[in-house]
Design a protein around this ligand. Sequence first.
Ligand SMILES: [Mn+2]
Length: 474
Amino acid sequence: MCSLGASVYAEDTDTPMPDSFKEKTKGISEEKLEILDSPLPTMLLGTMERFYKSMEGKSAEEIEAYLDGMIEVAEAGKFNPETDMASIPLNTEAKGFNGWKAKRPKSLNPEREPGPIHLSRYMSSRSGGVKTFANAPLAIYPEDLIAGNVDIAIVGAPLDMGSYYRGQKFGPQAMRNEYGAGGIDMSTMVNPSKVLSIVDYGDIAIDNMSTELSVQHVRERVREIAETGTMPFIVGGDHSLEYPDIAALADVHGKGSFGVVHFDSHYDAGKNQAHWLTHGQPVYRAVKEGHVKPENFIQIGLRGPWPGPEGFEWMRNNGMRYHTMAEVEKKGWKQVMDTALKEARENVDKLYISFDVDVIDPAFIPGTGTPVPGGLTMREAIPIVRGLCAQNDIIGFEIVELDPLLDPTYRSALNSNFILHACLTGVAMRKEGIEDPYYLSDLTTEHRQPEAGEKARKEGLREEVDPNYAKPKN
Ligand SMILES: [Mn+2]
């Protein structure tokens, strides 16, 4: 997601100061004139050219007053040790300071064999029971993952303090309540629910008063899953999660040992803000701390106003790949998808996928805090996610920024489930030996008529017409 504000406006260092302006500001101190090098003049007037133009009719005194006004704004935005230093300090004396993440001792529970637990009395996964991700059984501890030889643990992370637009904490429950994450995929006729051992690993505890306090626990829990050899699939929650998720996988697989494909309409590499982590900054932090190398990081779906030129230059300078919707406009989706699939395999074998649902056009997923029009369709997103997960050694996947409060229909949660399902299908294809990202089932993509029908007629496989079909037989 994004952080609008000063960073949208590039500092303009190219526009020369007009002589008339120099002449009028002769008597003004160098110190005061330094404010012209800040983003403020362009924030206020758009460009430096416009700024100087607006100063043309002003007297020297009026210009000085204008500079003073800008200096006042710059000062007001700065840290003030008298009022800001831990202005609301945490109460470390509170008995329940860490109560939100205190574990329930196993001695409080009846003994049981470790392994996944089914939560329904019915055989059909659609009937009764308790709602889980992809109708999967539940696992609680790493022992359950090991005993069940679990391939994928889907875990909720209901954190939304990293965003101005709250409500992403309801993402996990909305996706559990909606169908689409389990069952057969018609494009490939691969059924991840049957090929893989998938569990719902519950939700990670979050202190929804503080992203800062929560992310360390998220990192510990994601690491705990990965350490058992199970792939963590994290359901957010806001995009701040990308930082602890990537850091946890770096803890287990090694720093810089894997690539990341980041689907998003925003590049999320903001930096130097008052909060070290928000949903607009996880990429910068993950790269800056060395958890992932920028040359192994691919951005897909960027559009809208953020980042500006300096963000793209930062990505170029650091070896990062990006595929914007502007590129899709220029080359078509097929070519962009082919390139991205190839690049994902260039430097590394292991891959993590970070999927911000706002990469999808708001026509399909309106339930997100920072929607941007002109996004991917579901018909474009499903094949690329499925393909990436089939051709690469996936070490984890996250889907973030679903905010069901912003969509009174079922559509946003449903489509989010189908994105999750696309990756589950890809992982299942790979387990079945299908690593071709473009693989499609012959059965579902070719009707093979008239040969198929003729052959069946000869073999006696065709339906006989029966006018009494629905009549009781006695
Ligand atoms: Mn994002």
